[in-house]
Design a protein around this ligand. Structure first.
Ligand code: P6P
Length: 336
């Protein structure tokens, strides 16, 4: 990349801040904290195989999942840098049972909801993992911070993004004016603009789903998966099945190439597996800003009114035409 085209995240944030005349810089300070946290976690992820931070901690998180050491390190790292930036009042984390109210920041405006290290089951097998985050504004700073203040629908998000620790380390985020991607230049330790104004194709040939659960899927999903596998050159079928088991990596690929990711409801898990506040809403904001669609099978993801911090929702997300097709089959063939 020639120097005259080099746009660092710092420059991009400053440029964006100048567009929003009312910007106070608080938002930018949160982004700088997230960037620092990601560089620290990236360092730990890249050396995980060398230092004894693989394997499992004795502790388990609210999901009942055994916390991998990198999960805990990532949660500690982001909590520390976000607390220190002095602009965040409340942090919601997949790794913490309750909301964390940052001491001394009770009067601050912002809430950060995050999955510090998603895809943690992929850590020990060196598959892509990532950090997911959303930023909300408090509804009322005149009262003490509360969990109720955090339970806002995804349409209230001010920003959403993820850090992807893959073959390269990337930041993809939106503040409601499109989606931009930055790639970490290791030699400079700078995130540089590499994917400007990402737009997802309205159709695609990739479907991402854990077919191991096929026998538990709603009839509409079973029909869609069968349709994807039929031979029909006129509609580019059979489609390709691509499933990494890491939400960020699967959604990232589909956003760039076109495709659909499905994590359906099942009869014994009618809300699916993925978390609304720090997985589905974040991805929904990004994908909608890129021109795609995100739905629970019953409503637009970002219009779900949260009732608890760690609630789950089914997720159908990606190219608009593909999501609409699944919704049609859920309607005609059956949903849970
Ligand atoms: P399954 C990773 O644990 C995760 O939360 C997402 O990143 C991923 O999309 C999903 O779970 C995979 O779940 O049940 O297919 O292994």
């Amino acid at each position: 990349m020639s120097m005259n085209r080099l746009v660092t995240l710092e420059q991009f944030i400053v440029d964006q801040q100048s567009i929003h005349k009312e910007a106070t810089g608080a938002f930018s300070r949160i982004f700088r904290a997230l960037e620092l946290g990601a560089k620290m976690v990236n360092r730990d992820v890249r050396k995980a195989g060398l230092v004894d931070i693989l394997g499992e901690m004795a502790s388990v998180n609210v999901q009942g999942e055994v916390q991998k050491k990198l999960d805990v390190i990532a949660d500690d790292t982001f909590t520390r840098v976000l607390s220190r930036c002095g602009e965040v009042c409340t942090i919601i984390s997949e790794e913490q049972d309750d909301a964390y109210f940052v001491p001394g920041c009770e009067d601050k405006e912002y809430i950060v909801s995050m999955d510090p290290l998603d895809g943690s089951s992929n850590i020990d097998v060196n598959a892509s993992i990532g950090t997911i985050f959303s930023i909300y504004r408090r509804t009322n700073t005149a009262v003490p911070p509360s969990v109720e203040d955090c339970l806002q629908p995804g349409i209230n998000q001010l920003a959403a993004g993820y850090f992807l620790y893959g073959t390269s380390t990337m930041l993809i985020y939106t503040t409601g004016n499109g989606v931009n991607g930055f790639t970490l230049d290791d030699s400079l330790q700078e995130f540089c603009l590499s994917h400007e104004n990402i737009c997802i194709p309205e159709n695609g040939k990739i479907f991402s789903v854990n077919e191991g659960n096929l026998s538990d899927f709603p009839p509409g999903v079973v029909s869609y998966i069968s349709w994807c596998k039929e031979k029909d050159k006129s509609t580019n079928r059979p489609y390709s099945a691509r499933y990494i088991g890491s939400l960020i990596a699967d959604v990232h690929r589909n956003m760039l190439r076109g495709g659909i990711f499905l994590y359906p409801a099942t009869e014994n898990k009618p809300d699916g597996k993925l978390r609304l506040m720090y997985e589905c809403n974040t991805m929904a904001f990004l994908i909608e800003q890129a021109g795609g669609m995100a739905h629970t099978g019953k409503q637009r993801v970002m219009e779900v009114m949260p009732t608890e911090l760690h609630q789950r929702v089914p997720l159908y997300i990606g190219s608009t035409h593909m999501v609409e097709q699944v919704l049609g089959l859920l309607e005609t063939e059956g949903n849970f």
